[in-house]
Design a protein around this ligand. Structure first.
Ligand code: ADP
Ligand code: MG
Length: 757
């Protein structure tokens, strides 16, 4: 079955060559108990390791079942060791951190048998060697003789045809030695047993053939075998360890050093904790901002008013980062600031052309469109202490309620109706602030003191006075008629009531700021219709100074504005466009931008998009902060993966013996890599999960702190997707960190590995 043809083995150490075997010729039968005797250093172990495929011969040939092994590859030797050979060593070579049963099963594990069949076979083998009741003990809980029995059971596990024993009784007392020899003799009944010993007495008593070696040469052979060539039935299947088994093996190993593993995992999880916390904070803030935007910003209007006030150029540059110039420069130069480019205020001249352009906009993008007209509606009320002009707020342009050609619900969407209703057409609406306040002067002009009941407000009758009554001609100029009683009682005055009291919805503060007495479009239209042909309007149209104040017009009060105020002009003083969402807002903005194409600086119409300003700034700043912090934390991830590399390398050193054992049992290099990758895999998963859990727990106090500082509840939110990604990153980094040591482990020479203590 086995034939050694002038096998030579040289060991090179530096320049020195040790000829451990000097051309050995030996043949072995399928069934015999061969004892190899010889003094220490004569090459017995070398011979056995070469026969067992654990070491490679330098020259000659080993014939297995009539087949030359000259062309054997690593995987062939691995399979040969796993299926055809069982090793028994002097120092037992059991894996300390797994049970006796698992040690016994290890060879079968490598050959890929099913768990139940492995377990049953291992238990029956342990029974055979008289250790069934010790199956679940760890090796170090057994005596030397018992451990050697376990080693024998393990050697028998894959039912090999060859058992190789290297001084199996070398560490045992004579009584135990005899028991072990009995066991081996029993085994040799249907196997080839080759046992190295220097105990001549034991050899003579138990072996059927004695081969003596000295200085790497065979001295004598008591029963040489002549083989009839290619007989034999060594079945050699390929071996492989599944990743799952590698995991189990490494898990067992990790369990024996819990403290170190937990510390390692904790240390390497710190990076994960840092990143997870940062991400959960920025995630939380982003959600907060998004909610805010979705609730109000997205629907806040794009405003086109007479004047677009832009941020002051310096502030704008500050927020945008730079304008190419450093702050507090050391250079002795002065740079120009381009006022035209960094203009602060732009006056929009809203023309009827522009209004048409807006009216032709794709209304699918718009949830509301409102024109604000500066038309003044002159109101007089009759109070207990006389007549009074109704003050409708200081801001001329804020007096008309938003109207929308395509959405009548724009008011209901943004305001709560506290009393009355918005259904009747021409009338007044009182808008109060979030504390139900309106300007004292409005309240007083309506005849109330510091407060008023809804009912009384709604019942109040007010007269709308038209221009021809309201303005008296004095020479070439006009003055307001001071006789309020006459105005109030004039036949041409129109009686109206406050039809509703409304208040801006809680989350619509941005849109609904501004309170006071507002009038509806219907009322505005009626007033404009009458006033546009009034005497004051006709006069004003032909003169270039203000007929009421006798003053010239200015930037802030142009002739057009004043005519609008008098009701002559129907071009709105402001346009509010309410987008449906951010996407439609973009469409609207590009539509507005298109209007300005090819227009001169003076004719362009600028718009104000509050939402865009707020959200883009906050988004950019958040992103920048997040990137910087994540980068910092990533350093600790790199550090931890280097640390994992070192820890794994230490583990490789500690487990060198185990590597040798696994290789002797038929493990491939790949399997060894797998065992260590499994170890880092476990640590990686563990530290990742630990990091995520700790980060999650840390979000609780973090949220408490943030809430006490800013009033925002539950800001830090760990996105489950981020958690999973972080675990994967932790896993990847640790596996990368452990990859080199795992490779080193797999390259270890099995014979040398076995020799380490
Ligand atoms: P035995 O088992 O009979 O005591 P070995 O087979 O272990 O002897 O060793 C035979 C000879 O080869 C010894 O001189 C030993 O020093 C040498 N030898 C064994 N292994 C190595 C090695 N890995 N490198 C160098 N020399 C070795
Ligand atoms: Mg030896």
């Amino acid at each position: 079955m086995l034939k050694l043809n002038s096998i030579k083995k040289d060991y090179k150490t530096g320049d020195f060559v040790q000829h451990a075997l000097k051309g050995t010729d030996l043949s072995f039968r399928e069934n015999e108990f061969v004892a190899i005797l010889g003094p220490s250093g004569s090459g017995k172990t070398t011979l056995l390791n070469i026969i067992g495929g654990l070491d490679r011969y330098t020259s000659g040939d080993l014939i297995i079942d009539g087949k030359s092994t000259k062309k054997f590859k690593d995987k062939d030797w691995d399979a040969y060791r796993n299926h055809a050979v069982g090793f028994v060593f002097q120092s037992y070579n059991l894996i300390g951190h797994i049970s006796v049963l698992e040690n016994t099963m290890m060879g079968m594990t490598l050959s890929g048998e099913s768990l139940t069949s492995r377990r049953n076979k291992a238990l029956s083998l342990l029974e055979k060697v008289g250790l069934k009741e010790h199956a679940y003990k760890k090796p170090n809980q057994l005596s030397g003789g018992q451990m050697q029995r376990v080693a024998i059971a393990r050697a028998l596990a894959n039912d090999p045809k060859i058992i190789l024993a290297d001084e199996p009784t070398g560490a045992l007392d004579s009584k135990t030695s005899q028991q072990i020899m009995e066991l081996i003799k029993e085994i040799s009944k249907d196997k080839l047993v080759i046992m190295v010993t220097h105990n001549r007495e034991l050899a003579l008593n138990y072996a059927s053939r004695i081969v003596e070696v000295k200085d790497g040469c065979v001295l004598s052979d008591s029963n040489p075998a002549i083989l009839n060539s290619s007989s034999g039935n060594l079945n050699i299947k390929k071996t492989s360890m599944s990743f799952w088994n590698a995991l189990k093996l490494s898990f067992g190993n990790i369990r024996t050093k819990k403290g170190r593993t937990i510390l390692t995992a904790f240390a390497s999880s710190i990076g994960i904790i840092g990143i997870a916390l940062i991400l959960s904070l920025s995630n939380g803030f982003n959600i907060e901002v998004e909610n805010f935007e979705a609730n109000s910003l997205a629907q806040s209007p794009i405003m086109i008013t007479n004047q677009t006030v832009q941020m002051d150029a310096d502030t704008l540059n500050e927020l945008k980062g730079n304008n190419g110039l450093k702050k507090y420069p050391s250079s002795k130069k002065i740079y120009a600031q381009d006022d035209l480019k960094e203009k602060v205020i732009h006056t929009n001249i809203i023309t009827s052309d522009f209004v048409n352009y807006i009216d032709n906009m794709d209304m699918d993008n718009v949830s509301g469109l409102s024109y604000v007209r500066g038309t003044s509606v002159n109101l007089v009320s009759k109070n207990a202490d006389g007549y009074s002009l109704v003050d409708n707020g200081s801001n001329l342009t804020s007096n008309m309620l938003p109207e929308s050609p395509n959405d009548k619900g724009i008011l209901e969407k943004n305001y709560d109706v506290l009393a009355g209703d918005l259904s009747s057409e021409a009338g007044l609406v009182l808008v109060v602030n979030s504390r139900n306040q309106i300007n004292l002067s409005i309240l007083e002009s309506l005849g109330f003191d510091k407060e008023a009941d809804f009912e009384d407000i709604l019942n109040k009758e007010i007269k709308v006075v038209f221009n021809d009554d309201y303005y008296m001609k004095v020479g070439n100029n006009f003055a307001i008629n001071p006789d309020l009683e006459e105005l109030y009682n004039s036949d041409s005055s129109k009686t109206v009531k406050i039809m509703a009291i409304v208040r801006g919805k809680e989350d619509k503060e941005l849109i609904t700021s501004g309170n006071g007495l507002f009038y509806t479009k219907a009322l505005a239209d009626e007033v404009i219709d009458k006033n546009k042909n009034s005497e004051i309007v006709l006069m004003q149209e032909s003169l270039d100074y203000n007929v009421l104040t006798h003053q010239d017009f200015s930037e802030t009060m142009t002739k057009e504005m004043f005519l609008g105020y008098l009701g002559a002009d129907t071009v709105p003083s402001a346009i509010y466009i309410y987008p449906k969402d951010f996407e439609t807002k973009d469409n609207i903005i590009s539509y507005l931008d298109k209007y300005n194409d090819g227009k001169t600086e003076e004719d362009i119409i600028q718009y104000t998009d509050m939402a865009e300003m707020i959200s883009s700034l906050s988004g950019d700043i958040m992103d920048a902060i997040t990137i910087v912090l994540v980068a910092f934390s990533s350093i600790s991830l790199v550090v931890s993966s280097i640390m994992i590399g070192i820890i794994t390398y230490i583990s490789v050193l500690e487990r060198t013996k185990e590597i040798g054992i696994l290789r002797a049992l038929g493990a491939r290099k790949k399997d060894i890599t797998r065992v260590f990758n499994a170890e880092t895999f476990i640590i990686g998963i563990f530290s990742g999960v630990l990091g995520v859990i700790l980060a999650y727990l840390l979000t609780i106090p973090t949220n408490v702190i943030i809430e006490s500082l800013s009033g925002l509840a539950n800001v830090a939110k760990l996105n489950p997707l981020h958690a999973v990604i972080l675990i994967i990153i932790s896993l990847t980094l640790t596996v990368i960190g452990g990859a080199i040591p795992a490779k080193i482990a797999s390259k270890k020479d099995p014979v040398e590995a076995l020799r380490t203590e």
